[in-house]
Write a protein that binds this ligand. Structure first.
Ligand code: PLP
Length: 387
């Protein structure tokens, strides 16, 4: 019997090494990994630059308290702000901490400017913001919240894409709208540009902050952030997953205006932003910021998209929709997604499910067309087996 608290439905398989797009079991079986730790190993397994960075840093310094200046933290924050809308960054260790920090920063802002009554946040059905209590009740998915009451107050939920409902829900107590730019766990649902613009306008009209949760989508679409192509600018953006390339790392990005309430002592994290994590975060950025790297992500995303659409056209009774952008993709199926994932595993390919009967594909950003071809071939095999 395992001594691990059984909070996961694990598949009966264990891996002991990984390289790039591939994972290997103890007896050497090779799997094409399009899960990558759920959108986390953004540069694939054991990327050379990350390995050498960790090796070097592990001999220099692992952890010091945020009571001292951490040079690599300064550097990563500078690079994140130079490349985005943000003026300041606070580092965390996970996505849920980053969304919690976002909620705290939004409330503290209105408190600071003398409007403490503005403390409620509008969120969306089907959202996922993490598993700490506020993040749980922000998303308010009954599958996740059951038994964990009392409910954390301060969230008003509306249906995804229902602009009228959002308008009706806004009142004098509303502080912010919080939403994933691409709803990940909810089924890889993209908020179209015109809706993002609409949300920004609503926020401006009613003095609300716009929080865009990019924990799953950051770096993945071929832009730094998924919202960028809409042209709008949010106020607060939590990120995590891919930004550490597999090392636990989260961050909350904010504008100068919104940061005013966050003074010394208002927030903290023992591990957040420690030297080891910062070395890795910087190393991930070294690769992401290389000239044409993100452009290549866009191109690979299109290549994957075109090929997935061909399969969809050939098997309209199996695949109903190809969702996503860049290298964050979802196949909405007409057959059971769990079964589809099991069958792909038989062909030695790993994928992960989402709501709305979706199978998610998270190839690492270093994926090459030949590995995309391999994935397409395996998906095709499963489709032909089912039909
Ligand atoms: C995964 C995820 C989170 C939570 O991240 P953890 O690191 O698991 O705490 C929050 N928001 C979104 C959009 C996510 O996909």
């Amino acid at each position: 019997m395992s001594s691990i608290l059984e909070t996961y439905a694990r598949k009966n398989i264990s891996f002991d090494k990984g390289k790039g797009c591939y994972l290997f079991t103890e007896n050497g079986e090779k799997y094409l990994d399009f899960v990558q730790g759920i959108a986390t190993n953004i540069l694939g397994h054991c990327h050379d630059h990350l390995v050498s960075t960790i090796e070097k840093q592990s001999k220099k310094l692992w952890h010091v308290s945020n009571a001292y200046i951490i040079k690599d933290q300064e550097r990563l924050a500078k690079r994140l702000t130079e490349n985005t809308f943000a003026d300041f960054v606070c580092f965390q260790n996970s996505g849920t901490e980053a969304t919690e920090a976002s909620i705290k920063i939004a409330r503290k802002y209105f408190h600071k400017i003398g409007k403490p009554q503005k403390n409620r946040i509008i969120t969306f059905k089907g959202a996922f913001h993490g598993r700490t209590l506020a993040a749980l009740f922000a998303a308010n998915n009954p599958k996740h919240t059951e038994g964990f009451g009392p409910k954390v107050e301060g969230f008003d939920q509306v249906t995804f894409a229902d602009h009228e409902a959002i308008k009706k829900t806004i009142n004098e107590n509303t502080a912010a709208i919080m939403v994933e730019t691409i709803m990940g766990e909810g089924g890889i649902k993209i908020i179209p540009d015109f809706c993002l613009k609409g949300l920004r306008e609503l926020c401006d009209q009613h003095e609300l902050l716009l929080i865009l949760d990019e924990v799953q989508s950051a770096y993945r679409t071929g832009n730094f952030f998924a919202f960028e192509k809409s042209g709008i600018s949010p106020d607060i953006v939590p990120i995590a997953k891919g930004i550490g390339g597999g090392f636990p790392l989260g961050a909350c990005l904010v504008t100068k205006k919104v940061s005013v309430g966050m003074t010394p002592g208002t927030h903290g994290s023992t591990f957040g932003g420690n030297p080891l994590a910062m070395a890795v975060g910087n190393a991930v950025l070294d690769v992401i910021l290389k000239k044409n790297f993100l452009k290549a992500v866009k191109e690979k995303g299109k290549y994957l998209d075109n090929n997935l659409n061909k399969i969809k056209e050939k098997y309209p009774k199996i695949i109903s929709e190809i969702r996503g952008e860049g290298l964050i993709k979802g196949l909405k199926l007409k057959v059971d997604n769990n079964q589809f994932i099991e069958k792909l595993m038989k062909y030695k390919m790993l994928t992960v499910k989402a709501e709305e009967n979706v199978v998610r594909l998270f190839p690492p950003l270093i994926v090459e067309n030949k590995e995309i071809d391999e994935a397409i071939e395996k998906i095709q095999l499963v489709c032909s087996e089912i039909s």
